[in-house]
Design a protein around this ligand. Structure first.
Ligand code: ADP
Length: 259
């Protein structure tokens, strides 16, 4: 009987070991799939501006150089494509840091009202181009929060820029603050194209873009919202999204009030 017990023990141990091995293999396979997908997505995103630049240069070399108008136009386009590559690479750096937990927050007190003013100023050109009104329900007094200023600037810029990008002509993007106990809730609302219910839970995933063709027109990496979410979660705060197709989208997140 004792021998039987020993055998049963050994069998249990072997089974346990085999189970762990299987789990480990699954984990490694998932990681490998994720890595492949990531690299695939990145190269796909980078290819577009690279091929564009190649095209512009070819046009210039094949005679465009002699025409000052074409010259300027194609150099401008080249510059835009390079800007795009820079923002892709910057997004990649951010996401890598955020996902490896390397991001160290530099918490300080700052005024959110000033920040929204700055973000609106930066996004004004894009908004004007698309005839979108930037609305700020501006509190009279400063709204002081404790957070990483640079990172929250990234969050605000991303959300406002998305509101413009996925807005409808002559629409609006509105920022409002709400007082919660100890926290401030920031709302970024637009009356743009909205997001389908099925896509909604996925918009925070890296590289996820709703309706590829339509999003593609607008340009973007599909990294913005995943970066946003990481930043808010690193602050131990939350971010939510609500959306109705054709009516608009509202993002809300919270930050700690400064005393
Ligand atoms: P992208 O670089 O594609 O803008 P994001 O991570 O910022 O990437 O957003 C992911 C996707 O979520 C976008 O491609 C778009 O389809 C959708 N999305 C984000 N913000 C909005 C919004 N305000 N209105 C409608 N759709 C949005």
């Amino acid at each position: 009987a004792q021998e039987g017990n020993v055998i049963a023990d050994v069998r249990r141990e072997v089974e346990e070991w085999a189970k762990n091995q299987t789990q480990e293999i699954t984990r490694l396979k998932d990681l490998e799939r994720y890595r492949k997908e990531f690299v695939g997505n990145v190269s796909h995103e980078l290819k577009t501006p690279i091929f564009n630049i190649q095209g512009y240069i070819l046009t210039l070399l094949e005679g465009g150089l002699d025409d000052p108008k074409i010259n300027k136009l194609y150099l401008k386009r080249t510059e835009k494509s390079i800007d795009r590559m820079i923002s892709i690479v910057e997004d990649l750096e951010s996401i890598t840091k955020l996902e490896s937990g390397e991001l160290k927050l530099r918490i300080e007190s700052f005024d959110l009202v000033k920040m929204v003013d700055e973000v609106f100023e930066m996004e004004m050109m894009m908004a004007n181009e698309r005839k979108i009104q930037l609305v700020f329900e501006r509190p009279e007094k400063p709204v002081l929060v404790r957070a990483d200023k640079k990172r929250i600037m990234e969050v605000m810029t991303n959300l406002v820029a998305n509101g413009i990008k996925y807005g409808k002509r002559k629409g609006f993007v509105k920022v409002s603050f709400y007082d919660l106990a100890g926290n401030v809730m920031i709302e970024v609302m637009d009356n743009g194209i909205g997001i389908e219910k099925n896509d909604l839970p996925r918009v925070f995933e890296r590289f996820y873009r709703v309706d590829k063709s339509r999003s593609r027109e607008q340009g973007g990496t599909g990294l913005g919202l995943s970066i946003v979410k990481h930043i808010i979660e690193a602050h131990k705060q939350t971010i939510n999204v609500k959306s109705v197709v054709d009516e608009g989208t509202t993002f809300t997140f919270t930050l700690e009030k400064a005393k």
